[in-house]
Design a protein around this ligand. Structure first.
Ligand SMILES: *Cc1c(COP(=O)(O)O)cnc(C)c1O
Length: 347
């Protein structure tokens, strides 16, 4: 099976397993794990933040960040199709008493004005105050869209004077960095809290990191334990993350080229299905509204041909490239997928 459901499906490579096997470890609840400690320092430095905390999932890293920035009864605002409001099962409300409102962005793309238009900071004693704004980069359900550093800087400049914080869901910040050449530090510097995942395209089996100030990270450490996320000799996982940082960042470029190939083949059937120019990273989001079949039906047809995909909406099919996909796999996809699209295309 050529598995394009997500970039989370990668399995650790031989080299990564080697690194995990030989990792120095200790009890991380006592901050005694040298491999976790060095990973936290390394990622804080990369993101231009003071400190960082290893977390088992990106959702936990996001939720720790949000609770540090937003008090119970205050709100977070973000884009409508953001992971934090669509794919974390209401965690901000359930764990932290945080409400949320959203703005809709074309392919999830940030425009500072869209956020500022709905922002209501310091709303007094009768209305909900906006405490923080969350930005997703790259934007998953938007199709791997890269956020412009200029819009991020602009949003910071517009929101900071009224005391609103900014959280970056950077699960795929690595992809944005590789696609644009903008440094991780340049992206990170505009935010109060930043989460990154090593378990997506970076290929680690587990591992996310939250970065922020020393003070906030000390508080996040307490909440992580309270959430049941205090882990012990977890340096074996941090070693996989170190390995990913050493070896896998540059490999993302190939994922992006492969996604582009799939997009171009689909665009060849109709530009209504996808505009290949919008595919900047490793996610191919197909709009099937001009087709007579649903995403679930197309996904089933692809599965029969040995290709796994994700039907994320009635007419929304997502294909994600990653480091376990080869050029030969892509050749097969572009031999099969356009024909299936053509068959049910309604001109
Ligand atoms: C995958 C992902 C996360 C974190 O997901 P986990 O499965 O909890 O690790 C967060 N944000 C985005 C945009 C993601 O794609």
């Amino acid at each position: 099976m050529i598995d394009l459901r997500s970039d989370t499906v990668t399995v650790p490579s031989a080299g990564m397993r080697e690194a995990m096997m030989s990792a120095a470890v200790g009890d991380d609840v006592y901050s005694d794990d040298p491999t976790v400690n060095s990973l936290e320092e390394r990622i804080a430095e990369l993101l231009g933040q003071e400190a960082a905390l290893f977390a088992p999932t990106g959702s936990m890293a996001n939720q720790l960040g949000l609770r540090l920035l937003v008090k119970p009864g205050e709100e977070i605002i973000t884009e409508t199709n953001s992971h934090i409001v669509r794919a974390e099962l209401g965690a901000a409300a359930v764990f932290s008493g945080i409400t949320s409102r959203t703005w809709l962005g074309n392919r999830g793309i940030l425009r500072a004005e869209d956020a500022m238009e709905i922002a209501r900071p310091n709303s007094g004693p009768y209305l909900v105050s906006t405490a923080a704004i969350a930005v997703e980069n790259t934007h998953n359900f938007g199709g791997g869209s890269v956020q412009s550093i200029e819009e991020i800087a602009k949003l910071r400049a517009l929101s900071n004077p009224s005391g609103m914080f900014m959280h970056l869901d950077g699960a795929r910040l690595w992809n944005a960095h590789v696609a644009t050449g903008v440094s991780l530090k340049e992206y990170g510097q505009h935010f109060d809290t930043v989460s990154v995942c090593l378990s997506k395209g970076m290929g680690a089996p587990v591992g996310s990191v939250l970065a922020s100030t020393k003070e906030r990270i000390a508080e996040a450490r307490i909440w992580r334990k309270r959430y049941g996320g205090g882990m012990r000799q977890v340096g074996i996982l941090a070693a996989a993350c170190h390995y990913a940082l050493d070896n896998n960042i540059q490999l993302l470029q190939a994922d992006h080229q492969r996604a582009k190939k799939i997009a171009l083949a689909c665009q060849g059937v109709s530009s209504k299905i996808i505009d290949a120019a919008t595919v900047e990273t490793n996610i191919v989001a197909l709009d099937l509204n001009s087709l007579s079949i649903t995403a679930a039906e197309l996904s089933a047809q692809l599965k029969d041909a040995g290709i796994a995909s994700s039907a994320l909406g009635p007419k929304f099919l997502r294909l994600v490239t990653h480091l376990d996909i080869t050029d030969a796999d892509i050749e097969k996809v572009v031999a099969v997928l356009p024909d299936l699209l053509q068959r049910s295309f309604v001109a």
